[in-house]
Design a protein around this ligand. Structure first.
Ligand code: ZN
Length: 87
């Protein structure tokens, strides 16, 4: 019998307080940590940056911190559905 332990699953899912989350539109996999309802830290991997058309398409060439509006929506959705907790 294969029983899935929710605690074990949770430990592999969270890496140093960061949860892995993919953008609903471009599927770029990033690490997200929410330290307060207003504060969100996002770690973009080189691969994720290449995968996101918003970042590679230079739609916002002067933005110092890379952001993807679709990813922001995905983060908000994850918080609402309890996939991403405020830590
Ligand atoms: Zn994106």
């Amino acid at each position: 019998m294969n029983r899935i332990d929710p605690l074990t699953e949770r430990q592999t899912y969270l890496i140093g307080g960061f949860a892995e989350l993919s953008c609903a539109r471009c599927a770029a996999l990033v690490r997200v940590r929410k330290s307060s309802p207003q504060q969100t830290s996002v770690q973009w991997s080189t691969r994720a940056v290449r995968q996101c058309p918003v970042l590679t398409g230079n739609e916002q060439p002067h933005t110092p911190v890379p952001t993807c509006p679709d990813l922001r929506t995905s983060i908000q959705h994850a918080v609402r559905t309890g996939r991403l907790e405020v830590t």
